[in-house]
Design a binder for this molecule. Structure first.
Ligand SMILES: [Zn+2]
Length: 450
């Protein structure tokens, strides 16, 4: 019995020692981050108006020249930090490289976007700082951030706007966290790390920013976008997306002589929309459920265009929705002799989840890194797309890490200094995991390089 107790005691000692060693390591990364510097960088970036424009983006990236204001500033700061090959190209993509200080390790890219959303006033952002103690926050123009949204932030330093614009924590918090992580590595050359590529991109919010990015010739073995929500979340799944466009051409005759002759395309569009399942819209679905969304109807009796979004995590189900639309339109065309209906399903992006099976470590190593920051990682399904879905489909596996902002795309958007620090810590810890695991993973990486 005594032997058994001794054994238990020994096991307990080993366990506590390992645990202490681990938490010492965790504390170590955290203590290297300069929270004030991180907040100051964020505020410096947030003040620069970088709103993108989805209409212009169809023709030109960047859609707005002002995105260069931040891109050029970041390039200057990266140069000052001593990074190599710092460049801003004509499409406003900033790239830079921090060379490895270990041999034989994967090249890891970190992505964040410089633009902000167009659906809320951008303009000149005036960030405000609160030491949050509880309750609602009333912004300068009277806009209220509800206590419910702030429940995890008590005791934190909160950064908001004055209420007239968005804050742009999406994704300037991601930009600032990457900059701080790189700064920590530059300041502490004893921390081993692989080669890191920093990439700041334009026009994420228009969905077209990476259309000009040459993924095939971009040298990296894997990547992370830092553009998500909470620090414990890891976005590993996105929708399969189609943006169908339907053009209905009717037959117009003077109303006085229209009996039995006129085909009103607006009525046919209305008939089509009424046949879509009511319980499969964005407002009647959640979690992993997909939907149909009628985004725009415009036209005259003669010709009507319907623009839609079709979304589903399951590709087969998304394709079934497209087939349902096609079948419904064919029936309407058949029942209304003389009308013409054109249908373009327009696939936009695909769920990245299946692609990660090629190298599941992009997920599991990230989870290990998040755990080292003292958090319990959660895999998240984004009801949308990320720049990472585009990169992943092109062969660069890119899950999305949390950047910490809350109430994205609104005047009540905010981020806390503590959360940004946690997200930065995640980046550093994930890089550490890849450094330690390099000998194990390199055979897989070498195979993928071929
Ligand atoms: Zn974003």
């Amino acid at each position: 019995m005594k032997k058994f107790i001794n054994l238990l005691l020994a096991l307990f000692l080993v366990f506590t020692q390992t645990y202490t060693a681990k938490s010492a390591e965790v504390k170590n990364m955290n203590s290297l981050i300069n929270q004030d510097r991180l907040v100051n960088s964020f505020i410096r970036y947030a003040k620069i108006d970088t709103g993108s424009d989805p209409v212009i983006a169809e023709k030109k990236i960047p859609s707005t020249e002002k995105q260069f204001d931040l891109a050029n500033l970041l390039a200057e700061e990266l140069k000052k930090l001593g990074l190599k090959d710092v460049n801003v190209n004509k499409h406003c993509v900033v790239t830079a490289k921090l060379p490895a200080n270990i041999d034989n390790a994967p090249i890891i890219a970190l992505f964040a976007h410089v633009d902000t959303a167009h659906d809320v006033p951008t303009g000149v952002v005036k960030p405000q700082i609160f030491d949050y103690k509880g309750g609602n926050i009333t912004l300068l123009n009277g806009t209220v951030i509800n206590a419910e949204d702030l429940k995890d932030e008590i005791g934190h330093k909160i950064i908001t706007t004055d209420g007239t614009t968005l804050l742009g924590a999406d994704d300037k918090s991601g930009v600032a966290e990457i900059m701080e992580a790189i700064t920590v590595l530059v300041e502490n050359p004893s921390i081993k790390h692989p080669e890191i590529k920093v990439v700041f991109t334009p026009d994420e919010e228009t969905g077209l920013g990476l259309s000009i990015f040459d993924t095939k010739n971009f040298e990296a073995d894997l990547a992370y976008t830092v553009d998500g929500g909470a620090p414990h979340e890891l976005d590993t799944e996105t929708f399969n997306a189609f943006n169908p466009e339907i053009t209905i051409t009717g037959k117009v005759v003077h109303c006085g002589y229209a009996y039995g002759k006129m085909i009103n395309s607006l009525e046919l569009a209305n008939e089509f929309v009424s046949k879509l399942p009511k319980n499969e819209t964005p407002s009647t679905t959640r979690g992993r459920e997909g939907y149909y969304f009628v985004d725009e109807i415009s036209g005259t009796a003669e010709k009507t265009t319907v623009k839609m979004l079709v979304r589903d995590f399951d590709l087969k189900k998304a394709q079934e929705r497209i087939e349902f639309i096609e079948k419904t339109l064919k029936k309407i065309e058949k029942d209304n002799k003389g009308c013409k209906i054109e249908f373009n399903p327009k696939p936009v992006y695909q769920n990245m989840k299946e692609y990660f099976n090629q190298m599941p470590e992009v997920i599991t190593y990230a989870e290990e890194g998040i755990r080292r920051s003292g958090l319990t990682p959660v895999r998240n399904s984004v009801r949308g797309g990320t720049d990472g879905s585009h990169l992943t489909l092109e062969g660069l596996l890119t899950p999305n890490l949390g950047a910490g902002g809350i109430n994205f795309h609104s005047q009540t958007e905010f981020v806390s200094a503590e959360t940004m620090t946690k997200c930065c810590e995640n980046i550093l810890n994930i890089l550490q995991v890849w450094t330690e695991k390099a000998p194990e993973i390199m055979p897989t990486i070498e195979k993928r390089r071929k």
